[in-house]
Design a protein. Structure first.
Length: 74
C-alpha cells in the first residue's frame, strides 16, 4: 500500500467534519510549499500580479528613497 492509498483509507474512516479538517490541512501544506517556492526572487513574488519590474525600476526606486539621505552621520 502506498502513501496515497493509506491516506485515502484513513480519510474514508473519518466523519465528514474531520475529513474537512484533513482537507484544510492538506491545503495549508500545499500553500506553504508553494509559498516557499515563490519567495526565491522578487519576480516570483510578483509573478501572479502580472507586474514587470526591471532593474531600471529598482534603481530609480532606490534613488528616490535614498537620494537625499544624509551621508555624513556623526
Amino acid at each position: 500500500m502506498n502513501i496515497e492509498q493509506a491516506v485515502l483509507e484513513k480519510l474514508r474512516q473519518l466523519p465528514v467534519d474531520k475529513q474537512q479538517e484533513l482537507l484544510n490541512f492538506a491545503e495549508f501544506l500545499y500553500q506553504k510549499n508553494t509559498f516557499k517556492n515563490t519567495l526565491r526572487s522578487v519576480r516570483g513574488l510578483c509573478a501572479d500580479l502580472a507586474v514587470d519590474i526591471t532593474e531600471k525600476d529598482i534603481t530609480q526606486a532606490r534613488q528616490e528613497m535614498w537620494g537625499n539621505f544624509p551621508r555624513d552621520i556623526i
